[in-house]
Design a protein around this ligand. Structure first.
Ligand code: ATP
Length: 438
């Protein structure tokens, strides 16, 4: 059973055990950006690697790219972000803080910070892109933006990638990278931040094929999340109504998770039509058409996009994996992450610090390390406490070297979820784990 204050528990566990820290904590921190600790970075890498593997390595029709964060400023004029990547804001005339008009309290006419009623200005549009200057001169001709989405790096490279890989439409381009949005109300831990990572794939299709390809990607992406072990009853699609659709979208579905603060999007599947390529063609003056090699037909492809927030997906995984249980009258907290996602795959314990047990355990650690299996060695404290520490960070298997190990070379492998213990030959442990990681 998990109580209502799950978010507080997650934030505390994440900090205490090294998943996520506040950025610049020694200066008081900032609520809008976060740093991943030694466990968090492993979880994040695992998510990104699984995504990349399923998107790029396991498909013949998707290629990768790694575009730069700073791009030509005209890109953002063409994409529509300079003009319309905005949120309407009101300012409280008492405390001078600014809020999005769609916040529940603001809709009721009350300032969420100072509580003053009916003291808001008229809404004004605020652009969410971060601006900076390229080069030494800080004037408007040197203005550049930190990209608010990774997608544009793909659109401007469409013909480069297509030409160099000789892919034929339909095909896709995938990218993982940082994006920046000067969000008005960041919050809910790593859910809404001002710097985050996106894993995006833009699939280029012949106009007319877009609708069925959209359905295919929509299903594939939901299956992928289910494959991460996320509970199906916590996942759903949400279709954008006409009032929610972005300016470039013909159709959009969000994949939502039921967070402790409600159902919210963590991935979007969008039919962007030929909007982006057509606009880049217009703004750059360069032809961005695809020429069908069989029919010589020229057209600007339509784009079906899958756009996942990596950090939000991490929050989904942590929230979904968090469990509290009672075992023999004692509370135990565990992160039931799938082994392929868990930052550490195994922990190795000598039952006691003598009788040759630490030496056997250290040798096993060496074998695990040289096989590239992230593992942890711990010989201090009661064995029960050592198990619980690993449960709390999601380590699927604890390997204990005991008296019997010194006689017959076997060890116990304890399963985090079932708590069952199995005796395995010490020299078989690496294979035993490898078999269970796929
Ligand atoms: P929201 O409505 O929550 O602001 P969005 O519709 O603007 O999200 P998209 O532009 O579709 O989001 O971006 C795709 C994905 O990028 C989102 O599903 C989300 O996972 C992630 N994302 C977007 N903005 C943020 C943010 N400020 N912090 C963390 N992740 C974000």
């Amino acid at each position: 059973m998990v109580t209502a204050d799950l978010m507080e528990k997650l934030v505390s566990l994440a900090k205490r055990r090294g998943y996520v820290f506040q950025s610049s904590e020694i200066y008081g921190g900032t609520g809008s950006v976060w740093d991943y600790g030694s466990l968090g970075v492993e979880l994040k890498r695992n998510v990104k690697e699984l995504w990349w593997s399923s998107m790029v390595h396991q498909r013949e029709d998707v290629e990768g790219v790694d575009a730069s964060i700073l791009m030509h400023p005209r890109v953002w004029e063409a994409s529509g972000h300079v003009e319309s990547f905005t949120d309407p804001l009101v300012e409280c005339t008492n405390c001078h803080r600014r809020f999005r008009v769609d916040l529940p309290k603001v809709r009721d006419g009350q300032c969420p910070v100072c509580g003053t009623k009916e003291a808001f200005t008229e809404p004004r549009l605020f652009n969410l892109m971060f601006k900076t200057f390229m080069g030494p001169v800080e004037d408007s001709s040197a203005t550049v933006y930190l990209r608010p989405e990774t997608a544009q790096g793909i659109f401007v490279n469409f013909l480069n990638i297509q030409g160099t890989t000789r892919q034929k439409v339909p095909f896709g381009i995938a990218q993982i990278g940082k994006a920046f949005r000067n969000e008005i109300t960041p919050g809910n831990f790593i859910f809404r931040t001002r710097e985050f990572e996106q894993a995006e794939m833009q699939f280029f299709v012949k106009p007319g094929d877009d609708e069925h390809v959209f359905e295919e990607w929509k299903d594939l992406r939901m299956q992928w999340h289910l494959g991460l072990g996320i509970r199906p009853e916590k996942l759903r699609f949400h279709e954008h109504g006409a009032d929610e659709l972005a300016h470039y979208c013909k159709k959009a579905f969000d994949i939502e998770y039921e967070f402790p603060f409600g159902w919210k999007e963590f991935e979007g599947i969008h039919n962007r039509t030929d909007y982006d390529l057509a606009r880049h063609q217009e703004y750059s003056g360069k032809r961005l058409e695809y020429i069908d090699p069989a029919s010589n037909e020229r057209y600007i492809p339509y784009v079906v996009e899958t756009s996942m927030g990596v950090d939000r997906t991490l929050l989904v995984l942590l929230a979904d994996a968090y469990r509290e249980e009672e075992v023999d009258g004692e509370k135990r907290v565990l992160l039931a992450l799938k082994p392929k996602l868990a930052p550490l795959k195994a922990a190795v314990f000598p039952l006691v610090k003598k009788d040759g047990m630490p030496e056997i355990a250290m040798k096993m650690m060496g074998d695990l390390r040289s096989s590239g299996i992230p593992s942890f060695y711990d010989q201090s404290g009661a064995i029960g406490r050592r198990y619980r520490r690993q449960d709390e960070i999601g380590t699927p298997w604890c390997i204990t070297v005991d008296g019997q190990s010194t006689e017959d070379g076997t060890v116990t492998v304890r399963d985090r979820d079932s708590l069952e213990q199995e005796r395995v030959g010490g020299d078989q442990v690496v294979n035993w784990i490898t078999d269970r990681l796929s």
